[in-house]
Write a protein that binds this ligand. Structure first.
Ligand SMILES: [Cu+2]
Length: 138
């Protein structure tokens, strides 16, 4: 009877370890690499089109061949429609600083709710020119 409580400890520890890796991965959050100005001047290339909700870090690099400055903003409210022509050219949200040619910046956000979130460049005319899109948060 004195030994049995001890025997239960390793089993409990093993169960905790089995759960830990998935929980840690979720807490660490997603990283999305963003290139502004690719594949064309008024476009973004994202390394992922869909990420889990929670912490999201965007590592944004300006790869614009024409040397235009850009930023990257994620809108805080889910998009009403995902059709490219109906996406607004401005929104409330969180943006990087303006990034010059060849520069980079990081944007860390927390998205608590799943949904389709628009991202865009805030330089006047750029989003209207096509510099916007949808990131799916699951
Ligand atoms: Cu831009």
């Amino acid at each position: 009877m004195r030994i049995s409580p001890l025997l239960f400890v390793p089993a409990a520890a093993a169960a905790a370890f089995a759960v830990a890796p998935a929980a840690l991965a979720h807490e660490a959050g997603a990283t999305v690499n963003v290139t502004a100005g690719k594949p064309s001047n008024f476009a973004f290339t994202l390394s992922a089109k869909s990420v889990p909700h929670g912490s999201i870090t965007f590592k944004v690099t300006n790869g614009d061949s024409a040397g235009l400055a850009h930023d990257f903003k994620l809108c805080s409210a889910p998009a009403k429609s995902t059709s490219a022509s109906s996406l607004p050219n401005a929104c409330a949200g969180k943006a990087t600083a303006m990034i010059g040619k060849g520069g980079s910046a990081t944007l860390a956000v927390t998205v608590a709710k799943a949904g389709n979130y628009e991202y865009l460049c805030t330089v006047p005319g750029h989003a209207a020119g096509g510099m916007k899109g949808i990131l799916k948060v699951t």
